[in-house]
Design a binder for this molecule. Structure first.
Ligand code: GDP
Length: 167
């Protein structure tokens, strides 16, 4: 569909949260660019009436400083959380808070993926909402979606919410 709306989606989250797996699972047809040095992937995901250009930016601490360079013209933010990594939940919360304070992301809808729900020590989306203070977010649409990027559980619902925000 040549009239499909182009949507720029940023996929962020700490390293090891599952960003790359989410994108692979969603099965974007073409990997337009993979540059290990800067550590980002772009995948296009064709939906009914829009094309989601998903940018997966590396989440290692040293790379997070560069997230800022990718914020321009972002239509939607997907923030991936490893639900089983309770030790890093505070670090996760700090990173998200900083992102939501970015001028360039003001008003940008937020999908939080509570990933790795298959793991026994995973905490629930409700608990993650609390840890990340999601209830305090009043300046943009947001939702939290439990998922398992390895088998795809929950991802279609997450993408459905994304496309709904773009219509
Ligand atoms: P990234 O650093 O955020 O891109 O994370 P990756 O996509 O590389 O995933 C990090 C590790 O977590 C890999 O070993 C994945 O196989 C694993 N992983 C990702 N998603 C899930 C999930 O939903 N469940 C489980 N059990 N493992 C996952």
């Amino acid at each position: 569909d040549p009239d499909a709306k182009e949507v720029r989606v940023l996929v962020l989250g700490l390293d090891n949260s599952g960003k790359t797996t989410v994108l692979k699972q969603l099965g974007g047809e073409d990997v337009d660019s993979v540059t290990p040095t800067q550590g980002f992937n772009v995948k296009s995901l064709q939906q009914s009436n829009c094309r989601l250009n998903m940018w997966d930016i590396g989440g290692q601490k040293t790379i997070r400083a560069y997230w800022r360079n990718y914020l321009d013209r972002t239509d939607l933010l997907i923030f991936v959380v490893d639900s089983s990594d309770q030790i890093r939940m505070e670090e996760t919360s700090t990173e998200l808070k900083q992102l939501l304070n970015e001028e360039k992301l003001s008003g940008v809808p937020l999908l939080v993926l509570a990933n790795k729900q298959d793991l026994l020590n995973a905490i629930s989306p409700e608990e993650i909402s609390e840890e990340l203070n999601l209830a305090n977010i009043t300046d943009r649409p947001w939702t939290i979606q439990p998922c398992n990027a390895r088998d795809g559980m929950g991802l279609a619902d997450g993408i459905a919410w994304v496309t709904k925000q773009m219509n």
